[in-house]
Design a protein around this ligand. Structure first.
Ligand SMILES: Cc1cc2nc3c(=O)[nH]c(=O)nc-3n(C[C@H](O)[C@H](O)[C@H](O)COP(=O)(O)OP(=O)(O)OC[C@H]3O[C@@H](n4cnc5c(N)ncnc54)[C@H](O)[C@@H]3O)c2cc1C
Ligand code: SF4
Ligand code: SF4
Length: 437
């Protein structure tokens, strides 16, 4: 498995014909732990486990036949990453090599001050989720939120009312298997919206090609612009700072309650601890971003109806900033929703923006879009499987780099891949390891 798109959108260099096993997907660093394979294979055959590295990964309990594996390879966002359909690109008000299709791009936020405060940036996604319900467009929203029993962990959440959508507001940087029971959600046969990471949206768009229920029932897919999901061990380091154990926690909030707001921890016995967003992320060597994120061809939600980003106009989250988002409306459906939400007074627009400004505010995303083609090529040269990527203009993005920059990216990825540094250990559940000690 593994094809890379050319600048013309064609594919090249197939590396293998057999579908990858789940073990191969994981061990080659392609899995992001979305859970869709578990949903497709069924609970008794694949389990999602928390690994010692702090990643949610699939483990096969009963052997998967080749056709199930082929289906998983066709939908897994580690093996198949498709961009927006060419017709959408042609019809869009604007298309940009790096930023993809854009119907409208504004700076804005939730109009409701509570949502704006509690939300991760400006509460735009939460406000849209609430509006989708109140306007009767969908019956429920599928998103992610802190687990009630283990609040440092993240679980998929189904919200049927505005209060529940608000409960899920905020960024969950650790592992989140949003699609772990996606098949059951489709079985409900009710209209719903997905709010999730770009790779989650990629996965369900992949599934839509095989299962018509996705397009029938999933009316909207909204994403946030994503710099990468961290390992749970990143969050555990915060606990170590304060000498806390996970079972003592009643709250673990990464951010929100301000923009960005503090990383706040509360314990069942009433103690509270905070570090700033800057303290949480001050040392890039300790970000513990999952391997799949480093080669992410679409962390900017090109296949979502609307993608929402941070917008720190003061140059970064050094201090608390105005509650604000970049709102990238990508599809006609997204535009209808956005216009209706503004009309209903649910979203407020600060001003129009554009790809030049969002590129400045999100310069790390621009760098990654330009680097991924060379990184994937380097991995392929090292003989590693890479995802089949189509319609994401990766080669054109790479052409915005100099040859020297591409060589550095490509050789670096090749060498790291050869040393096994882009891969992961086989997935085993933590408890087994701990129990063995
Ligand atoms: C892992 C991660 C990396 C990010 N990296 C960037 C970045 O590089 N640049 C940038 O501009 N913004 C990034 N963000 C997004 C940013 O933090 C805000 O979430 C985004 O700007 C939307 O803000 P909001 O106020 O509209 O969100 P909110 O109104 O608070 O809504 C956020 C929604 O996202 C859902 N959600 C949160 N975490 C997850 C998750 N892990 N999986 C699935 N759904 C989830 C919540 O359920 C909620 O519905 C990242 C977020 C995450 C979780
Ligand atoms: S990325 Fe999702 S579908 Fe692919 S192997 Fe990981 S959990 Fe399964
Ligand atoms: S960087 Fe890409 S793979 Fe990683 S969590 Fe974000 S969208 Fe998913």
């Amino acid at each position: 498995m593994g094809l890379i798109e050319t600048s013309q959108g064609r594919d090249m260099a197939p590396l293998a014909t057999d579908p990858l096993t789940l073990g191969e997907i994981v061990e080659n660093g392609l899995c992001i732990g979305c859970g869709l394979c578990r949903s497709i294979a069924g609970a008794g055959r694949v389990d999602m486990v928390m690994t010692p590295e702090g990643r949610e990964r699939p483990v096969v309990r009963r052997a998967l036949d080749k056709s199930t594996l082929a289906k998983i390879n066709a939908v897994c966002p580690g093996t198949r990453i498709a961009g927006p359909p060419p017709a959408q690109m042609n019809d869009a008000a604007l298309t940009d090599t790096v930023w993809g299709p854009v119907e409208r791009l504004v700076l804005g936020s939730a109009a409701d001050p509570t949502v704006r405060f509690i939300g991760s940036g400006g509460g735009t996604l939460t406000a849209l989720g609430q509006f989708l319900l109140s306007s009767g467009r969908v019956k429920f929203v599928l998103h992610a939120a802190a687990s009630r029993s283990m609040p440092m962990r993240t679980e998929r959440k189904l919200s049927f009312d505005a209060a529940s959508v608000l409960e899920g507001a905020g960024s969950r940087y650790g592992p989140a298997a949003t699609l772990v029971d996606f098949n059951d959600i489709l079985d409900r046969g009710e209209p719903f919206a997905l709010i999730a990471k770009p790779c989650d949206v990629t996965a369900v768009r992949n599934l839509a090609r095989l299962d018509r229920r996705v397009d029938e029932h999933m009316r909207y897919a909204l994403a946030f612009v994503c710099g990468g999901a961290s390992d749970l061990t990143k969050s555990e380091q915060v606990l170590q700072r304060f000498g806390l154990r996970e079972d003592e926690l009643s709250l673990f909030r990464y951010r929100g309650h301000g923009n960005p707001g503090p990383n706040r921890i509360e314990t069942k016995d009433g103690r509270a601890f905070e570090i700033s967003y800057r303290q949480l992320w001050e040392d890039e060597d300790k970000w513990m971003i999952q391997p799949r994120c480093k080669i992410c061809p679409d962390a900017i939600g090109q296949v979502a109806d609307i993608a929402v980003s941070d917008s720190w106009l003061n140059g970064g989250p050094a201090v608390e900033d105005e509650a604000l988002n970049g709102i990238i409306v990508r599809t006609k459906r997204g535009l209808e929703l956005f216009d209706a939400a503004v009309e209903a007074g649910v979203l407020q627009i600060k001003r129009e923006s554009g790809v030049a400004e969002v590129g400045e505010l999100q310069s790390h995303q621009v760098r990654k879009r330009r680097a991924v083609w060379a990184r994937l090529t380097g991995m392929a040269i090292a003989g590693k499987p890479v995802p089949l990527v189509t319609d994401l203009a990766l080669h054109d993005c790479a052409l915005q780099n100099s040859l020297a920059e591409n060589l550095v990216e490509g050789r670096g990825a090749r060498d790291r891949a050869r040393r096994g540094r882009l891969g992961e250990p086989p997935a085993v559940p933590r408890a087994t390891i701990l129990g063995d000690l």
